[in-house]
Design a protein around this ligand. Structure first.
Ligand code: S3P
Length: 431
């Protein structure tokens, strides 16, 4: 684990106008779908954090040619069966999205491949994708009978399935849909709540045969589609750290331009509004099937709320920063039905509780969430990221909002999802 430490001094407020890097989830999908589309795609706004580069490099290792041209990447798609056996292990780094989506892409290929990653990724559960892929006839193996990477895949023909996922997970859904594009007949995934639907939207945009019926998503097998010009909007999850900071630092006035506002991702905004935050959405439009707009946030008084059920998957990645915000709200904030946080880049329930407690937060840990008592202030402290990029950024915002200086250990993992984080923060920080 990296122990690089950074000192954070308290901020007065956040002020100005910024953009954030391209959406991480949409970038992974743009790279994968452009690679298996027929012909050329031009992708604009790609995010170049380490997670997305892991997907990009894996696709290059399977023979996909890509060229950088000014502000865009040209991807020469080879069609559904144009990938080649990679000459080495595909290194997914820290990226759960890379390993799970590529498992679905690789299971139907006519070759052998191995997916692995860093010490954190090799502890994350894979049975959720291995089990349905095996039901499709895939030969996928991993440590502890397929629970942990490295995953070895002996690709081959697949059959369609109807899969009822016990958890709302876009990675699981997208893995099965990717495999389903190659299967014989129609493959469906049903979720208990809707998870982010970028895969469905991008497949529709590219002209693939896909049907969405409430919580059921189906794709036809042997489903080829063509390349296109894809624009990736700004990442709402990246924006959320600055939004959270602006909401709690009084006299803040922040505008974030061209951010993805897909309803399956917008839970953090809905919850902040419910907490009384001053947020305006401006300039809403739809590009490449995704809603996009500008977000304006001003600092103010907040109150606690309850976050549960279907709301959880709409803000799953924003819970570390939501916990920081909740420390400054009046009353209690209750987060439940969020057991999935235990198997993210780190156990985020445990990490939020242990790190924010060092800063004077009052958090009661529950098996599936937490109760955060609004204490109205945080103290400076020495905290650690647990190797988790979203924990690191949430702690930095906590440090900016604290009364005295803090030290955050292991902040270099921010590169995973937010290249340019410090530069962007520097543009709006008033100290
Ligand atoms: C993602 C889905 C979510 C999210 C992750 C990205 C995706 O994970 O937490 O950061 O791009 O599909 P789950 O599908 O495991 O909920």
């Amino acid at each position: 684990m990296s122990l690089k430490s950074i000192q954070i001094n308290p901020a007065r407020h956040l002020k100005g106008e910024i953009t954030v890097p391209g959406d991480k989830s949409i970038t992974h999908r743009a790279l994968i779908f452009a690679s298996i589309a027929r012909g050329k795609s031009m992708v604009k706004g790609l995010q170049k954090g380490k997670d997305c580069l892991a997907t990009l490099n894996a696709l290059k290792m399977m023979g996909i040619h890509m060229e950088e041209e000014e502000d865009r990447l040209v991807v020469y798609g080879q069609g559904l069966s144009g990938l080649r056996e990679p000459p080495n292990i595909l290194d997914c780094g820290n990226s759960g999205t890379t390993v799970r989506l590529l498992a679905g892409l690789l299971a139907p290929q006519k070759f052998y491949s191995v997916l692995s990653g860093d010490q954190y990724l090799r502890k994350r559960p894979m049975q959720r994708v291995v089990e349905p892929l095996r039901k499709m006839g895939a030969r996928v193996f991993g440590r502890e009978n397929g629970e942990f990477p490295p995953l070895t895949i002996l690709g081959g023909k697949l059959k369609a399935i109807d899969h009822s996922s016990p958890i709302p997970s876009a990675q699981v859904k997208s893995c099965i849909l990717l495999a389903g594009l190659y299967a014989k007949d129609r493959t469906s995934v049903i979720e208990p709540y809707r998870s982010r639907d970028h895969t469905e939207r991008m497949l529709k945009f590219l002209g693939a045969k896909i049907e969405v019926n409430d919580l059921r998503v189906s794709v036809e097998g042997n489903n080829s589609f063509s390349g296109a010009n894809i624009w990736v909007p700004g990442d709402l999850s990246a924006a959320s750290f600055f939004m959270g900071g602006a909401a709690i630092l009084k006299r803040s006035k922040l505008k974030i331009l061209q951010v993805g506002l897909n309803p399956t991702r917008r839970g953090f905004i809905d919850v902040l509004l419910r907490m009384g935050a001053d947020i305006k959405i401006l300039n809403m439009r739809k590009i490449c099937e995704e809603e996009v707009g500008d977000i304006e946030v001003r600092g103010g008084n907040l109150r606690g709320t309850v976050v549960q059920g279907g709301m959880i998957s709409r803000l799953i990645d924003e819970i570390p920063i939501l916990a920081v915000v909740a420390c400054f709200a009046k009353g209690e904030t209750i987060i439940r039905d969020a057991r999935e946080l235990r198997v993210k880049e780190t156990d985020r329930i445990g990490a939020i509780k242990s790190e924010l407690t060092k800063m004077g937060a009052q958090i009661e840990e529950k098996e599936d969430g937490m109760v955060i008592k609004g204490v109205g202030k945080l103290e400076g402290a020495q905290c650690q990221s647990h190797g988790d990029h979203r924990m690191a950024m949430a702690l930095i915002i906590a440090g900016l909002s604290a009364k005295d200086k803090s030290k955050i250990l292991g902040s270099d993992c921010i590169d995973t999802s937010f290249p340019g984080f410090w530069r962007t923060l520097g543009q709006i920080l008033v100290q």
